[in-house]
Write a protein that binds this ligand. Structure first.
Ligand SMILES: [Mg+2]
Length: 352
């Protein structure tokens, strides 16, 4: 195979793709601050005709609240430009619902609103004989709520989770995500839930359909959710380096979560992207950049010297593209998820 997962795009991405399906945290904002360059880049992409759809696994906030937060941070957004995992779960339930479907919602107002918007009948307790339990994160959930879900599922209701994120980043570190509370219920019932949020493809497919997309592109900062979901949905993914996963994770990316394009930040939307090319002797090039894998490490050639990425390095984006293409090809040829050992030194990409 001579191709890399990394593709080329001769035009700016915002010209080639009609809708951007954007992750929030680590892509457009971090907490109460916009990610550098995000407001300008999104405004310019919109002016060029690209539509925005923000896609979030957060099931407790309504699209209204998300849109207002983005607007407050200098990125004017309407609620119709937000797709939450609660909406994706509600649509999933509605698609197989009939007149007898009764839903017990274990979660916050965002979840209840999404279920009502699909015209579903909500009930309050397991005693009302729900046919489906839909579970989304709400920080005030208690034993009583999880017990209600358990009673209903053991009585025969199916179990749908908005998403299965094990953790949730907070100011004080990682806390329990929805998947961990779902796991508590599953531990009691033995019934495996269906899930709608990332990395499942449904949330992206629904978001694309609501935006009327013909050629959508997913934009994310996490390989195991955003980029894996993009691959599952069959959409190209742009990975930006402003969030969770950096060059070390990219070099070790499994086939099912490799992005199609790389960018330092959202300014990557307004430029063309070069494709890495396979050269002689296992070398990969990307414009002037050259990289190859030798003895389980990636070497980047710069002039007459070779930089061993295991020792840490500051790369250009083209060097990272060539290095990823080399690392992924060597891993595929060896039939393993990655040939590289755990990261040694820190690899960063110089930002301009
Ligand atoms: Mg993110």
């Amino acid at each position: 195979m001579s191709d890399s997962a990394l593709r080329g795009c001769d035009e700016p991405l915002q010209v080639s793709f009609d809708v951007a399906l954007l992750d929030l945290d680590g892509v457009v904002y971090r907490g109460d601050h916009a990610v550098p360059h995000a407001p300008t880049a999104l405004a310019e992409a919109r002016e060029g005709g690209m539509l925005m759809m923000f896609v979030t696994n957060n099931a407790s906030r309504t699209p209204d609240v998300v849109a207002r937060h983005l607007t407050d941070l200098g990125m004017p957004t309407g609620p119709e430009e937000v797709t939450t995992a609660a909406q994706a779960a509600a649509r999933m339930v509605a698609e197989s619902a009939d007149q007898d479907t009764r839903v017990l919602a274990i979660g916050g107002e965002g979840l209840r609103q999404a279920l009502r918007a699909e015209g579903l009948t909500l009930v309050d307790t397991a005693d009302d004989e729900p046919t489906v339990v839909v579970q989304g994160l709400e920080k005030s959930l208690s034993w009583t709520d999880l017990a209600e879900a358990t009673y209903a599922i053991l009585a025969g209701a199916s179990h749908v989770a908005t998403n299965l994120d094990s953790t949730l980043p907070t100011d004080r570190g990682l806390a329990l995500g929805n998947g961990s509370l779902v796991a508590a219920v599953v531990h009691a019932t033995g019934v495996q839930p269906r899930a709608a949020g990332k990395p499942q493809p449904e949330i992206f497919q629904q978001a694309a359909s609501r935006a009327g997309a013909r050629h959508p592109i997913v934009v994310g900062d996490r390989l195991d959710t955003d980029l894996a979901g993009a691959r599952a949905a069959g959409y190209p993914g742009l990975h930006v380096l402003t969030g969770v996963d950096g060059p070390a994770e990219l070099l070790r990316a499994r086939r099912a979560e490799r992005p199609s394009y790389l960018g330092t930040d959202l300014r990557a939307l307004k430029v063309a992207h070069p494709a890495p090319q396979r050269g002689e002797g296992g070398r990969w090039t990307c414009r002037d950049a050259v990289a190859q894998v030798q003895d389980q490490t990636v070497l980047v050639r710069r002039g007459d010297s070779e930089i061993d990425l295991d020792a840490g390095a500051e790369l250009t984006l083209d060097e990272l593209r060539a290095a990823c293409a080399a690392a992924w090809a060597a891993s595929d040829e060896a039939g393993v998820s990655t040939v590289l050992p755990a990261p040694g030194g820190t690899v960063v990409v110089a930002s301009d």
